[in-house]
Design a protein around this ligand. Structure first.
Ligand code: RTP
Ligand code: MG
Length: 147
């Protein structure tokens, strides 16, 4: 089954949005496969956002993501990578539709509450960056007929 790396960013943790965000993914019908509260070391942040290292916002992005605890998760389910991106909404919250997480809870592009992998390659890469094997739980929901 497909997996995605999803993370509540420091603004989301500070604003008590962890429960709300977890609930949206649970209610949608995805399965939580791993989760932990952590403060990201600088080297990990630079690696995670490596694709943006030449962008003007890179320094701000790394400072922000390391500024306080994040809630890192792995969510599992059919088409979870694409669907999670839809649930998150556009990168810039000003363009994110109401009903999406960023559309409902964020204003600024630099503090947009949530991260989600954008492809199967980045999901695999990010899962391996943030979680070891022991932290990943492989289980089946007992009542799966409805979703
Ligand atoms: P993320 O990686 O955090 O899930 O966000 P994303 O895929 O929607 O957006 P991405 O292009 O990967 O950008 C990563 C994060 O950088 C910040 N950003 N700032 N113009 C700007 O100032 C700007 N553009 C991007 C955002 O916080 C974005 O989430
Ligand atoms: Mg991205």
């Amino acid at each position: 089954m497909e997996k995605s790396f999803i993370m509540v960013k420091p603004d989301g943790v500070q604003r008590n949005l962890v429960g709300e965000i977890v609930q949206r993914f649970e209610k949608k019908g995805f399965t939580l496969a791993a989760g932990k509260l952590m403060t990201i070391p600088r080297e990990l942040a630079e690696e995670h956002y490596g694709e943006h290292k030449d962008k003007p916002f890179f320094e701000n992005l790394v400072s922000f993501i390391t500024s306080g605890p994040v809630f890192a998760m792995i969510w599992e389910g059919e088409d979870v990578i694409k669907t999670a991106r839809k649930m998150m909404g556009a990168t810039n919250p000003a363009e994110a539709e109401p009903g999406t997480i960023r559309g409902d809870y964020a204003v600024q592009v630099s503090m947009n509450v949530i991260h989600g992998s954008d492809s199967s390659e980045s999901a695999q890469r990010e899962i391996n960056l943030f979680f070891n094997e022991k932290e990943q739980v492989d289980y089946q929901k007992t009542m799966t007929d409805w979703v």
